[in-house]
Design a binder for this molecule. Structure first.
Ligand code: HEM
Length: 487
């Protein structure tokens, strides 16, 4: 089995990523990052002084520190309580941090438009992520069918089969590949041996790449994702995108004549795969260009890997640190749904979204001139105690989080609120349903194989006391070392 390394970029970048910009693989801050702030116990903010009226001051240099990276939530609390719109003059942008305000801005895609030619466009090309209004709506549903509803449900057996195959491979894997057996127990690097690759295998299938393209697919995925991570790797990302476009060019005509299909476990057709659908799609009477088809594919490839991998690893990391909740999930597998949504609320892999305001705006007394960069901080919305009680507590049984059927156009139902991890409004993640199935179905299968699972604390990064496990902070768990009993 070939394993992928965790790439270092994501098209749905965390709002503060550009301000902080660490090396995601090592957690090291890049040159220029400030180290002037001490590392605080989790949940406590550095005292940066107070205004004469007692308001705590917030120095934006904190955003460039390791302290903020591992312990962001007390600073978001200061922002929500005292600067709900924070003008960061150092990084020349604004942050919106309250749940209700972010929701209003996301729904108002005329007033707060997505960023054309944003960070992802170089590598991924022009995608729907960067379009607003009518242009966005026309492209939004080109291939959505396989990511939702009945078609997705019919694909669950295929997702289960992929998970089973990957776990079966562990019997033949080496410590370098992330699996080691000793004294009746097995240690597994859950990222390397499962979560890094599982979501991209699912996406590769749904798109309709033939098996022989799988190795190329990993190359496109890894290089394009690294290319989103920074300027040094952008060239590599651009080359991979060109390689993908050349590949797509070679199959477009053939797929128009002879489309390929997805099937359920009984061999019934579920309709054309995503690539075949894109190849036959016409907008204003013209077929999509190869460039447009490639961009759509690149966005699904890019959007479907790193995000879901983070959700799976964060979920297991959090559950295993809360043994009572883990036990409840193991006892009743219906509770994986609760665990998935609470994980995305507590520690979402995607921190927020950038927008530009189209007009001059006055929000909470702050004037935002038209055309400013306004970051919607989903991390903060998910921890807004105006919405979620004890937001820093991981609790799959909380009664304020909506965990039912994902809400397309609303966000509050029966007194409960959705987390913000998938965004809301016109750009609500179309992969939300499939990533939910991947994480839940994959975890159900994992839980059947992992007897008495526990974290190999000795192999994991530690917090500042040198003993307890490091908090997740702003970056998803990079690797999760687990041990379980073999019989
Ligand atoms: C836990 C997993 C995931 C998270 C947290 C996530 C998060 C997000 C967020 C926050 C957005 C909104 C961007 C915005 O408002 O500008 C988004 C959009 C998008 N996501 Fe996901 N995503 C996940 C999984 C997936 C998967 C599995 C796919 C594909 C199979 C996918 C495909 C997309 C696409 C195509 C968009 C663009 C939608 C648009 O702009 O209209 N995502 N995602």
């Amino acid at each position: 089995m070939s394993t992928t390394t965790a790439p270092s970029g994501c098209p749905f970048s965390g709002s503060l990523a550009s301000a902080i910009d660490p090396d995601l693989a090592t957690g090291e801050l890049k040159p220029g990052a400030s180290t002037d702030f001490p590392l605080m116990p989790e949940g406590e903010a550095v005292d940066m002084g107070h205004a004469p009226d007692g308001t705590p001051l917030l120095d934006p240099r904190i955003f460039n520190t390791m302290e903020f990276f591992r312990n962001p939530y007390p600073y978001y609390r200061i922002m929500r309580d005292h600067y709900p719109v924070f003008h960061d003059k150092l990084h020349n942008c604004y942050y919106v941090t309250r749940y209700d305000d972010i929701t209003d801005c996301y729904f108002d895609d005329e007033g707060f438009n997505t960023i054309p030619k944003g960070a992802s466009s170089g590598v991924l090309g022009n995608t729907q992520l960067e379009l607003s209004g009518v242009e966005h709506r026309r492209r939004r549903n080109l291939y959505g069918q396989h990511l939702v509803g009945k078609s997705l449900n019919n694909r669950i057996p295929a997702i289960e089969q992929l998970a089973e195959e990957m776990i079966k491979d562990w019997d033949n894997m080496t410590p370098e590949q992330g699996v080691e057996d000793k004294d009746g127990t097995r240690t597994v690097a859950l990222g390397k041996a499962f979560a890094n690759e599982f979501p991209i295998r699912v996406v590769c299938q749904v798109l309709g790449f033939p098996d022989e393209a799988r190795e190329d697919f990993y190359y496109w995925y890894n290089s394009m994702m690294s290319g989103l991570g920074g300027s040094e790797t952008q060239q590599e990302g651009l080359e991979a995108r060109q390689h993908l476009e050349d590949y797509v060019e070679g199959i477009v005509e053939e797929r128009r004549k002879n489309p390929t299909f997805l099937y359920d476990q009984d061999g019934n057709s579920l309709g054309k795969d995503v690539i075949s659908k894109l190849c036959e799609t016409k907008l204003d009477g013209d077929y999509l260009s190869t460039e447009e088809i490639t961009s759509n594919i690149a966005l699904v490839v890019g959007g479907g890997g790193e995000t879901t991998r983070g959700a799976i690893l964060n979920m297991w990391y959090l559950l295993l640190q809360h043994p009572d909740q883990m036990a409840a999930v193991m006892e009743d597998e219906e509770k994986w749904d609760l665990a998935f949504h609470e994980t995305l609320r507590h520690s979402t892999p995607i921190g927020g979204q950038p927008r530009h305001n189209t007009f001059d705006v006055e929000l909470h007394g702050v004037h935002i001139p038209a055309g400013s960069l306004v970051n919607m901080v989903d991390f903060s919305a998910n921890h807004d105690d105006r919405i979620f009680k004890d937001p820093e507590t991981f609790d799959i049984f909380r009664d304020d989080l909506y965990s039912g059927k994902l809400l397309r156009s609303g966000y509050a139902k029966e007194g409960r609120y959705s987390h913000m991890a998938f965004g809301v409004g016109p750009h609500l993640c179309p992969g939300a349903w499939i990533s939910h199935q991947e994480a839940v179905v994959g975890s159900k299968i994992l839980s059947k194989h992992l007897k008495n699972p526990r974290i190999r604390v000795d192999l994991m990064p530690k917090d500042i006391d040198g003993e307890s496990l490091a908090p997740i902070g702003l970056i998803s768990v990079r690797e999760l070392w687990l041990e379980y009993d073999l019989d």
